[in-house]
Design a protein around this ligand. Structure first.
Ligand code: ASP
Length: 456
């Protein structure tokens, strides 16, 4: 065993620097399995090491999240003002939004198809209550708390829509509400672009702010390896592996869908439309995907996503600074798939017969729910309530509480996987848009020697 650890560490240290994050994730997962917090006999094994690593992981997430708001504002203003007239912005905005909807639409269909064929909830039909009790042995408190939270935080659709328009942009900034911040910044950016030379000082200010926040990102990336290790470790140690066995069909359907997007859907678009070597793009944004996996937050990953796309994927600053912040907020392809599979899983597990109409509503509202989910951990599970609400009163959340508690208990690990797909999906859209606008530097993308380091 000791030799195995030494081998992994030595192999990791010898590899290229950006692979260190991957090794950190693998080590974190293995260590998490080896030192679980919840013993099979119900004991709590939370040690000082768990405490230290948990705290370190939180510090890392807080530090990178700290950059997001100034980064989103500055990158959008810089991006929009460089787009020139509002006609050009409108054309590009429409293109970006269309791609987002196409990818989320495909994802919803994929989720529906997988749930139809694999019937992940079917085998639990007679035993969901018993199974949920089994799970609650390990996660009793957290599951109950999470259900309460789910009920309390379910937003009304109308509220969700109104909240997109900030009454006070500074309040939205202070609360880190990304959608209203983006709405305000886009309108503000158009206004700056329309006043021409007079707007130059403001643009100059935001250009400097953008450069400084990217520098901060570089500094914080020094912590990426231990940060991601801590997060992976504590998540796996906290989740335990027992519950995974109980929900294997649900997990399989979900992972299969996510994999299909990464291995088939994105490459199909990238190859046919942008004529891009998919592996080069995936390699270019590998740090972003690994940090997405570690943090389960596409917002926190945004600084690294921007750095990877600009410095390695050859996507121009103009495109990256517009597409990636909006993508991190709106384009949650992985979350859409999760919403569809999770809702259908629960319906099947509770033996609820669904009409074609229900399937359509679930797919459409899963897209709405994933757009409504913030780019932070587990929000997809919270906004799932929107899908149930849209199905009508007979789909009361209370009916499903035991099942939802089960999903909560393993959600963090699955959230890590869907966040990777969310981030990759936005990188894909940015590449497609950059290629169509003639702003993809293929020389950089295809030439690893020209890549600069994202992780120090
Ligand atoms: N964690 C996801 C993200 O940050 C959102 C979710 O599905 O919960 O993109």
């Amino acid at each position: 065993m000791r030799a195995f650890w030494l081998f992994l560490v030595a192999f990791g240290l010898g590899a290229k620097r950006h692979w260190h994050i991957l090794f950190a994730i693998i080590l974190g997962v293995i260590a998490g399995i080896a030192f679980p917090i919840h013993g099979a006999d119900g004991t709590n094994n939370y040690t000082l090491v768990h405490n230290i690593l948990d705290s370190f992981g939180q510090v890392f997430i807080r530090l990178i999240t700290m950059i997001v708001i100034p980064l989103v504002m500055s990158s959008l203003v810089v991006g929009i003002s460089s787009l020139g007239d509002s006609k050009q912005l409108g054309r590009m905005g429409l293109k970006v939004l269309t791609y987002f909807l196409i990818f989320m639409g495909i994802s919803a269909l994929l989720g529906g198809g997988l749930a139809y064929v694999l019937e992940p909830g079917h085998y639990l039909q007679d035993s969901i209550q018993n199974q949920a009790e089994l799970v609650s042995q390990y996660h009793q408190n957290s599951a109950q708390e999470q259900i309460q939270q789910l009920k309390a935080e379910t937003p009304e659709l109308k509220t969700l829509f109104f909240n997109m328009i900030p009454e006070n942009p500074f309040e939205a900034l202070a609360n880190a509400d990304l959608i209203p911040v983006i709405v305000f910044t886009i309108i503000f950016g158009i206004a700056i672009a329309s006043i021409g030379e007079a707007g130059r000082p403001i643009v100059g200010f935001f250009e400097a702010l953008f450069t400084a926040t990217m520098r901060l990102t570089d500094w914080l990336m020094v912590l990426a390896v231990p940060g991601v290790f801590s997060l992976a470790f504590i998540t796996v140690a906290n989740t335990g592996i027992e519950v995974f066995g109980l929900l294997y069909t649900y997990i399989a359907a979900l992972l299969l869908g996510l994999l299909a997007q990464v291995a088939l859907v994105f490459p199909l678009f990238l190859r046919t439309i942008a004529k891009v070597n998919v592996m080069n793009l995936y390699r270019a944004v590998s740090e972003a995907t690994m940090v997405a996996f570690g943090t389960a937050s596409s917002s926190a990953t945004l600084p690294i996503t921007i750095a990877c796309c600009e410095r390695r994927a050859g996507i121009s600053n103009r495109i990256a600074s517009f597409v990636l912040p909006t993508g991190a907020t709106i384009n949650k392809t992985g979350t859409t798939l999760f919403e569809v599979v999770a809702v259908l899983f629960l319906c099947q597990a509770y033996g609820i017969q669904l009409e074609v109409y229900h399937w359509v509503v679930i797919m459409i509202f899963s897209i709405v729910a994933s757009i409504g989910a913030a780019g932070i951990p587990s929000t997809g599970l919270i906004t799932m309530a929107i899908v149930f609400k849209s199905l009508g009163s007979q789909f009361d959340l209370k009916t499903f509480s035991a099942g939802i508690a089960m999903l909560w208990s393993i959600d963090r690990v699955l959230d890590m996987c869907r966040t990777v797909v969310n981030v990759l999906s936005s990188c894909t859209v940015a590449t497609l848009v950059a290629a169509s606008e003639g702003e993809l530097n293929r020389d950089i993308l295809n030439n690893q020697d020209k890549w600069s380091d994202v992780v120090s």
